[in-house]
Design a protein around this ligand. Structure first.
Ligand SMILES: *Cc1c(COP(=O)(O)O)cnc(C)c1O
Length: 367
C-alpha cells in the first residue's frame, strides 16, 4: 500500500455523503456563480476565522494579487517576501506590476527573518518598498508581533500568505489577523481544500476587503457598472458548497495532524536529522512535517522503494528559477533549506500503522 504525502481523495471519501449531497444541491439550484453557497461560506469562514469579512476568489494566487491591488500596490512599487515559497506568492506580486524583493529566512523555522528584514530596510532606505508578504510556511506562522512592529515603523502594508496556515496561532491570535489583509488557498491538498481551485481574501481591514469584492468581478459595485479596473476571479458555488462541508471538519482534522506530528516527533527523536521547531507562543497546524538532512535525496529515494512518498517544498528557491533568476542575490539560509527539506507524509487519512512504517523506514536509512 502506497503512503502518499497528501491524499485529497481520502479527504473527500471521509465526507463523501455530505459532499455528494452538497454538489447535488448546487446542481439542482440552477445557481452556479456568486450565489447562496458562496455567501454562506464567506460568513462561515469569517466566523471560524474571527474577522468581519471574507471574499471568495478563484485561487490562492489571485487572493494575493487582489489583496495587494486593493491596497494600491502596483507598477513602481516593491514588495518584500521570501524565496522559499511556491512560485504563486511571487507570481502574484509580479502580476500587480510591483517588483518582488527577497529577504532571507531564519535558520531554525525557515520563516521570514524579521531581523534580516529590518537590516535590509535600513540598508536600502527605498521608499518604493510598500508592502511585505510573510509566508506562513508548512503550518507555522512567522514572528508576527515583531514583524508588525517593524512594518508599522516603516509604514509597510502587511499581507499574510496563509495558504499553508489555516488556523495556526501566534500569540493566541490566528495567523492572518495580524496584517491588514490575508490570503488563503483552498487547493485540494491544503488543510482546508476544495475539489478544484478556490481561494479567499480576509483580514481586519473591512474597507480593503470591500475593494477586493469589487476587483474579483470587473470592478462592479452595481451590475454592469465598473467602479474599478477589476477582473474575473470568483469562487464558484460548487466549490463553495464543498468547502462548507470541509470547514466543519477543519479543526478536527488539524487536531489529527497535530497527533500525527507528535507521533513523528517522538519516534524520530535522536535520529540524525533536524526535526521541525515550534517556537514558544505559536501553534503549528502541520500542513507539512518537514525534516532536514543533507542526505535528503538519498532518504527520499530509500523511502520511495518502500512505497512511501515524500514531498519537497521547495527544491529551488525563487531567485534561482529561470523566470526570476537573480545571480547577484545570495540568501544562504533559504538556499540551504531548499537543499535539505523533506516533507514526510502527513494528512488526516494516515493510520498509526502508516506512521510506524514511515518512521521505521527513516530509522532504517540512518542505521
Ligand atoms: C498553495 C499556495 C499558494 C497558491 O495557491 P493556489 O490556490 O494554488 O493559487 C500561495 N502561497 C502558498 C504559500 C501556497 O502554499
Amino acid at each position: 500500500m502506497k503512503i502518499l504525502p497528501a491524499d485529497p481523495r481520502a479527504t473527500y471519501l471521509a465526507a463523501q455523503a455530505e459532499i455528494d449531497a452538497a454538489i447535488k444541491r448546487v446542481l439542482l439550484s440552477g445557481h452556479y456563480i456568486l450565489g447562496p453557497e458562496l455567501d454562506a461560506f464567506e460568513k462561515e469562514f469569517s466566523a471560524w476565522f474571527g474577522t468581519a469579512g471574507t471574499v471568495g476568489v478563484g485561487n490562492g494566487t489571485d487572493a494575493i494579487e487582489l489583496a495587494l491591488l486593493a491596497a494600491g500596490i502596483g507598477p513602481g512599487d516593491k514588495v518584500v517576501t521570501v524565496a522559499n515559497t511556491v512560485t504563486a506568492t511571487v507570481a502574484a506580486i509580479v502580476a500587480t506590476g510591483a517588483k518582488p524583493v527577497f529577504v532571507d529566512v531564519e535558520p531554525g523555522t525557515m520563516l521570514l527573518d524579521v531581523a534580516a528584514l529590518e537590516a535590509m530596510l535600513a540598508k536600502l532606505r527605498d521608499p518604493k518598498i510598500k508592502a511585505v508578504v510573510p509566508v506562513h510556511l508548512y503550518g507555522l506562522a512567522a514572528d508576527m508581533p515583531r514583524l508588525m512592529e517593524v512594518a508599522v515603523r516603516h509604514n509597510l502594508f502587511v499581507m499574510e500568505d496563509c495558504a499553508q496556515a489555516h488556523g495556526s496561532l501566534v500569540g493566541g491570535k490566528k495567523a492572518g489577523t495580524w496584517g491588514q489583509l490575508a490570503s488563503f488557498s483552498f487547493y485540494p491538498t491544503k488543510n482546508l481544500g476544495a475539489l478544484g481551485d478556490a481561494g479567499a481574501v480576509t483580514g481586519r481591514d473591512a474597507a480593503l476587503l470591500e475593494k477586493v469584492r469589487l476587483l474579483r468581478q470587473y470592478g462592479w459595485r452595481k451590475r454592469y457598472v465598473s467602479d474599478l479596473h477589476g477582473r474575473n476571479s470568483r469562487l464558484d458555488e460548487l466549490q463553495a458548497a464543498i468547502l462548507r462541508v470541509r470547514l466543519t471538519r477543519l479543526d478536527a482534522e488539524n487536531q489529527r495532524r497535530g497527533e500525527i506530528a507528535k507521533l513523528y516527533l517522538a519516534a524520530l527523536k535522536g535520529a540524525p536529522l533536524a526535526l521541525p521547531l515550534v517556537p514558544e507562543g505559536r501553534t503549528h497546524t502541520w500542513h507539512q512535517f518537514v525534516v532536514r538532512t543533507p542526505k535528503r535525496d538519498e532518504l527520499r529515494a530509500h523511502l520511495e522503494k518502500k512505497d512511501i512518498f515524500c514531498g519537497v517544498l521547495y527544491p529551488m528557491p525563487i531567485h534561482r528559477q529561470p523566470a526570476y533568476h537573480d545571480a547577484s542575490l545570495a540568501l544562504p539560509q533559504t538556499e540551504q533549506a531548499c537543499a535539505e527539506v523533506l516533507s514526510l507524509p502527513l494528512h488526516p487519512g494516515l493510520s498509526n500503522d502508516d506512521l510506524a512504517r514511515v518512521t521505521a523506514g527513516v530509522k532504517q536509512f540512518f542505521a
